[in-house]
Design a protein around this ligand. Structure first.
Ligand SMILES: Cc1ncc(COP(=O)(O)O)c(C=O)c1O
Length: 369
């Protein structure tokens, strides 16, 4: 069987290495995974209680409308129930958006580097992808707008951006939305929005009424710590959501995942503690980077992209042998650097020691590829 022509130029998504594989490969007992921006503090213990209660009647399909979760979010976010769509992670929503709006002959505009699934799913739909380089980690919004033409269907904004962590501020976002043609869908991926505390962070929910071409994506995988259960959601105007529901599979989030998401969402103390601890550990880490003379992008997320004068693979290889999995920039479209998820304080202290040893070793040996 021959897959679509474009598949010859594509390959499957390569996730960060799994802990058990690394333990086996390097004969290590302890591995700290700081590669996929997961929550190092786990998830609310209220989730465990719910899972225990819900672990029955798996023969019954879940509620495809996710009614209970929908009701809680719509009330809390101040949007209509039908302004929400749920997915098997934000990943699935990205796929659904591409299937709904893109086809051969259309194009879509993304930043470079940014979250790779926008491009991946757009190419599968036969659309062409225009990539606009970031400026010092930030979206070049004016250049992105200047790339819009008659065939442009979607512009993707990732804020905070993965892998740089830079946030699009209120003023810049509003300027952008005002200028963006109303028949171009703007996808604002806010997977990391809970971690952003900058004073100029936009209140994006307030923009939905004014910009009916805007969709916001959020997820339970990051601050809520439910990456393994796969729940993400989109918030947009009724007409966008109606269209997405046509492409959405009828039972795309499980009952366990919906109930876990409800429990996690209600535990605002857990979320608050996660954010506070992450920000504190991020500050300590960036202070360390300053001290050792390594540069990094401004991050409003739960990760920091550390710039290196050499390939990120060098530091990645060194750290993995020493029990830390990070993400090499080579895999993220930014070869000279690594993206590091902010872990708990104990692990971060140990990580800093390892980075220091790496720098000492390579300064002695002459840091080169
Ligand atoms: C920017 C961004 N968007 C979306 C996702 C996908 O999230 P989910 O786990 O909800 O599919 C990620 C995951 O890393 C991400 O970094």
């Amino acid at each position: 069987m021959q897959a679509k022509g474009i598949f010859k130029e594509m390959s499957p998504y390569k996730p960060g290495k799994q802990t058990e594989d690394v333990k086996r490969e390097y004969g290590l007992e302890k591995i700290v995974k700081l590669a996929s921006n997961e929550n190092p503090f786990g998830y609310s213990n209220k989730v465990d209680q719910v899972i225990e209660q819900e672990a029955n009647h798996f023969e019954i399909y879940p509620d495809g409308y996710a009614t209970e979760l929908r009701d809680i979010l719509s009330e809390d976010l101040g949007v209509e129930r039908d302004q929400l769509v749920f997915g098997c992670g934000a990943d699935e929503l990205i796929d659904i958006i591409c299937r709904t709006f893109l086809e051969p002959g259309t194009n879509t505009i993304i930043a470079r580097p940014t979250f790779p699934q926008y491009k991946h799913n757009a190419l599968i739909q036969g659309a062409s992808v225009k990539e606009v380089p970031l400026i010092n980690g930030y979206h070049d919004l004016q250049k992105m707008l200047s790339e819009v033409d008659q065939s442009t269907k979607i512009i993707w904004l990732c804020s905070p951006n993965n892998p740089t962590g830079c946030l699009i501020n209120d003023q810049s976002l509003q300027n952008f939305l005002t200028q963006c043609p109303k028949d171009v869908l703007v996808v604002l991926d806010e997977a990391y929005h809970d971690y952003a505390v900058a004073s100029d962070k936009p209140n994006t929910l307030n923009l939905l009424d004014k910009y009916p071409n805007l969709i916001i994506l959020r997820t339970f995988s990051k601050v809520y710590g439910l990456a393994g259960l796969r729940v993400g959601f989109g918030i947009a105007s009724l007409s966008i959501i109606e269209a997405l529901n046509i492409a959405r599979g009828p039972f795309n989030t499980t009952r366990l995942a919906q109930q876990a998401a409800i429990a996690a969402y209600k535990d605002s103390d857990f979320v608050k503690r996660t954010v506070e601890e992450t920000i504190k550990n991020k500050q300590t880490f960036t202070l360390f980077l300053d001290q050792v003379g390594l540069e990094y992008y401004d991050s409003e997320a739960n990760f920091v992209f550390v710039k290196l004068p050499v390939s990120g693979d060098l530091l990645f290889d060194y750290l993995i042998k020493n029990g830390f999995i990070v993400r090499s920039g080579e895999a993220l479209g930014h070869p000279n650097g690594v993206r590091i998820t902010i872990g708990n304080s104990e692990d971060m202290v140990e990580l800093q020691d390892k980075i220091k040893l790496f720098l000492d070793k390579y300064t002695e040996d002459g840091i080169s590829e």
